[in-house]
Design a binder for this molecule. Structure first.
Ligand SMILES: Nc1ncnc2c1ncn2[C@@H]1O[C@H](COP(=O)(O)OP(=O)(O)OP(=O)(O)O)[C@@H](O)[C@H]1O
Length: 341
């Protein structure tokens, strides 16, 4: 393996000076009756301006825990127990503690779109009230300014007849429309980074495609950076510049999406690709990965994927592989990466 250096926040594949968000050695634990769940550890990645980074992995791999920690939204019984998050050079999280800078940035420069629009919108208030609340609180706008900004944003996200929508409550809107409202809400303060956690999971397939198309359009029109959390590699293929693949609370592989699709280095990524239908291969046979993810209360000493990996040996079982740079823009945490000599 031609590994060179370990992946530092300075590397992570984005040109120096172009990085908006840098996450280094982030670690989150949940203290539960059964013990301490080591939900994520050794998380290192960064996002450049105008870049879309996909965070993928199966259920429980730590995607949401990671994105919540980046936003300082980890709730009890969870704790950020280590690591740093830097936003344009300022610490939002330093040595596992959130800083005062976080409150100024969250909801303004970095905003978030969640999975289920129904739980993120308040059923009792009109769409107009909920959008205005954001601009009045964060931007100090008066009623007239807030209304005009809300109309502008509803128009931007493709909602017809926005004046009427402002007067309606969430239950009067379809699922797709509610997700558009949430995206509009996230854009009110002109964020530079949008964190989107499974933004289409709760929607049916046609609407999913429309929402992804909308995010892509907004990304290019507004020059947004997006951290897109998904378990769906199809979504990554359509939208992401780079992808970080998570397994068992760690990042297994990071790199440009096209390169990872063409030639995965981590056996878990390869397994994930094999179990995903591909439009370019009509007869592709889906192979699911046998076995189950590790118990994060007692994470294995070695590679978290070793028990399910057909290439694993004693080293994999005993020693934790670090995420290391293996080629221009690509890093992998594996003792026996695929297609590397
Ligand atoms: N509130 C909580 N209490 C206890 N443990 C939690 C809590 N939230 C997350 N965890 C732990 O963290 C692990 C990672 O959860 P996370 O939600 O990040 O997974 P995910 O990759 O986003 O999966 P999904 O796609 O299902 O949301 C879980 O398997 C669980 O062990």
């Amino acid at each position: 393996m031609s590994a060179t250096t370990s992946l530092s926040a300075e590397s992570a594949n984005v040109e120096p000076g172009n990085s908006l968000l840098q996450v280094s050695d982030l670690e989150v634990q949940f203290h539960v009756r059964r013990g301490v769940i080591r939900a994520v550890r050794d998380i290192n990645f960064c996002i450049g301006r105008g870049e879309v980074l996909g965070l993928v992995g199966e259920s429980g791999s730590g995607k949401s825990v990671t994105s919540q920690a980046v936003m300082g939204l980890t709730e009890l019984p969870g704790f950020i127990t280590g690591g740093d998050v830097l936003w344009k050079g300022d610490y939002l999280v330093k040595d596992g503690r959130t800083t005062s800078a976080l409150k100024k940035v969250r909801g303004k420069e970095i905003s978030m779109v969640f999975q289920d629009p129904m739980t993120s919108l308040n059923p009792l208030f009109t769409i107009g009230d909920q959008l205005s609340e954001v601009t009045r609180r964060h931007l100090g706008m008066n009623k007239k300014q807030s209304r005009s900004r809300a109309l502008e944003m509803l128009d931007l996200v493709g909602i017809a007849n926005p004046k009427r929508r402002l007067e309606q409550r969430p239950s009067e809107l379809s699922g797709g429309m509610r997700q558009r409202v949430l995206i509009a809400m996230a854009l009110l303060c002109e964020p530079e980074l949008l964190v989107a956690d499974e933004p289409t999971t709760a929607l049916d397939v046609t609407i999913q495609a429309q929402i992804l198309e909308l995010l892509s359009r907004l990304q290019s029109e507004l020059g947004l950076s997006i951290l897109l959390i998904t378990h769906d590699l199809g979504v990554v293929a359509g939208m992401c510049d780079r992808v970080a693949v998570m397994y068992g609370g760690r990042i297994g592989e990071v790199g440009p999406a096209d390169d990872i699709f063409a030639s995965p280095h981590h056996p878990y990524t390869a397994g994930l690709l094999n179990s995903t239908p591909r439009l370019d291969e009509a007869q592709h046979r889906l192979v699911s990965i046998p076995g189950a993810p590790p118990d994060l209360v007692r994470p294995p000493a070695g590679c978290p994927f070793a028990a399910r990996c057909t290439d694993s040996d004693d080293t994999c079982v005993d020693q934790l592989p670090e995420l290391i740079d293996v080629s221009e823009g690509r890093s992998v945490a594996c003792w026996h990466p695929i297609d590397l000599t």
